[in-house]
Design a protein around this ligand. Structure first.
Ligand code: ADP
Length: 503
């Protein structure tokens, strides 16, 4: 742990005001309230009142007006970019507080939440830079006209985010959507609204014109649903589970509205016989057990060449058992609690299922016996093998610190098993043979492949899933286009009237 994160760990929880940002005003939620808990102790941090459906209406109307106002719509790209730069700087200025808040609410280590806050600030800066440097295109002339294709704002965009990395996923949607000239309505996940409310306050204080951002806490089936179904919302960007994503896509289809969906995964991590063992073991551990496995890109299915399987697994299990588990704010902790006791129980049920399917629990498979951790939502990092790839725990997303390991016997067998999943989010390959790595990378049906690294992210590189892991990509220079409408314009250059109409 760095000195900065140690200092953070010593700080106590400061509640955020129980108000949400609606159409430029701060409002106390009159609807039901969420009891926001600290998953490392199970105790309530504070309550957050929900917005209601009328608030969604008000946010959409204010958003539409603000997006159409010449004070926003009329800005030149570099002028709009200035707002994003200010937001990036303001997030950075509040970084320690935001990182601590997110650690309290999600259980993640302060090292991780510090990185997520930094990534949020950089996301605003990156999309400011993209905005200033995205040229519109003149298309090749095919007649006596000048043809061009321009990108225009959609109007009001909905952003629906999950509980695992709130500030980073909020920023990944708000920044490109604002950059493209829209207004945004953000609905954070019910369990983790705090950092999104704090982010809203920071953005509001930068002087963003009122109405361009509303942040409405509440249930997915109420507020999320109302945002998706609202006729005034022209696009929704969603990150969350595949089942919810599918429901949302159905609702969007009714309106013929575009959606971006970042969904679940069951990502294979592959260790070839020639891999650097220490690198591969560390990479596999980080890929599955960082964030306690609560990551859509977690490397949750491990395939190891049968020739080195026993030896590799021994090393992996030994290192898994040595991981330091505890509250995310404690110095040196690697694995924090799960986000909520209810989620911990769902992870535990999956491990019970693995047992009933005949799986061998190589380590973990229970809650820790440390009495200090008894009240938190902890679950020991767990490694399971002895199952085939069609077992439910090899096919379904567990979203917890649970790794299933399988040996493979040939490249063809490996590719078939790795691709035998409904998901297609990410994959990892550990080998010294770059030709083989390249061949495998091209054969895997996933949106991202990491070779000799894992779970690394760059805002400049597009990210998205295939198959049931999602629709469309986020990030990268094209990320801003996901929040734009393309319009083609023909500018006639002929002095003569159109001949057809002559008589
Ligand atoms: P997770 O498994 O991460 O909780 P969900 O897909 O359930 O994933 O939730 C992700 C986000 O989607 C949350 O903000 C949640 O409130 C929201 N959500 C859940 N159901 C719906 C729905 N029917 N319509 C819109 N948003 C929803």
């Amino acid at each position: 742990m760095t000195g900065a994160s140690k200092a953070l760990a010593d700080k106590v929880f400061e509640p955020v005001p129980d108000e949400f940002l609606l159409a430029g005003n701060w409002k106390h939620g009159a609807g039901p309230a969420t009891s926001v808990i600290d998953p490392s102790t199970g105790s309530e941090l504070q309550r957050v009142g929900h917005a209601d459906v009328a608030d969604v209406d008000a946010a959409v109307s204010a958003g539409a007006a603000a997006a159409a106002d010449p004070a926003w719509r009329g800005l030149l790209p570099h002028q709009r970019a200035a707002y994003l730069h200010r937001i990036g700087a303001a997030i950075e200025g509040a970084a320690p507080r935001l990182a601590l808040l997110q650690s309290y609410n999600t259980g993640k280590t302060v090292t991780e939440t510090g990185a997520l806050v930094a990534s949020a600030a950089n996301t605003f800066r990156y999309f400011a830079a993209v905005l200033e440097t995205s040229d519109e295109e003149l298309t090749t002339p095919r007649g006596p006209y000048l043809t061009m294709s321009v990108h225009e704002p959609i109007g009001v965009v909905g952003a629906i985010t999950p509980w695992n990395s709130p500030i980073a996923s909020d920023a990944q949607k708000i920044a490109p959507a604002l950059a493209a000239g829209n207004a945004v309505i953000l609905k954070p996940a019910e369990w983790t609204p705090l950092v999104s409310l704090a982010l809203a306050r920071i953005i509001d204080e930068t002087g963003l014109p009122p109405g361009l951002l509303s942040v409405l806490p509440g249930r997915g089936s109420v507020i999320g649903d109302a945002i998706v179904g609202h006729p005034g919302v022209g696009k929704v960007s969603f990150t969350g589970g595949t089942t919810t994503g599918r429901t949302l896509a159905h609702a969007a289809a009714e309106k013929l509205m575009p959606v971006s969906l970042e969904l679940g995964g069951k990502s294979p991590t592959i260790v070839l016989a020639d891999a650097d063992v220490e690198q591969a073991v560390n990479g596999v551990l980080y890929g599955i057990f960082s964030s306690s496995g609560q990551s859509c890109i977690a490397g949750s299915r491990l395939f190891v060449d049968a020739a080195v399987y026993d030896e590799f697994m021994e090393r992996l299990v030994a290192k898994t058992q040595a991981l330091r588990i505890g509250p995310g704010r404690e110095p040196g902790v690697q694995v924090g609690p799960l986000v909520h006791h209810r989620h911990r129980d769902s992870v535990a049920r999956y491990v019970d299922l693995a047992r009933s399917e005949g799986g061998r629990i190589r380590c973990g498979g229970t809650v820790p016996d440390d009495p200090r951790l008894a009240d938190g939502a902890y679950y020991l990092p767990t490694v399971i093998d002895g199952l085939s790839n069609d077992a439910r725990v090899c096919q379904e997303e567990i979203f917890g610190p649970v790794l299933v390991a399988l040996p493979f016997h040939s490249e063809a067998d490996l590719i078939a098993q790795a691709n035998d999943t409904v998901y297609g989010l990410a994959a990892g390959i550990w080998t010294r043979d770059y030709r083989r790595a390249w061949r495998l990378a091209r054969a895997l049906h996933t949106g991202t492949v990491w070779i000799n690294t894992y779970k690394q992210f760059s805002i400049s590189t597009p990210f998205g899933g295939v198959k049931q892991s999602g629709l469309a990509t986020e990030k990268g220079r094209t990320g801003i286009r996901a929040y734009s409408r393309q319009k083609s314009i023909y500018l006639g250059m002929d002095d003569a009237p159109i001949a057809w109409a002559e008589n």
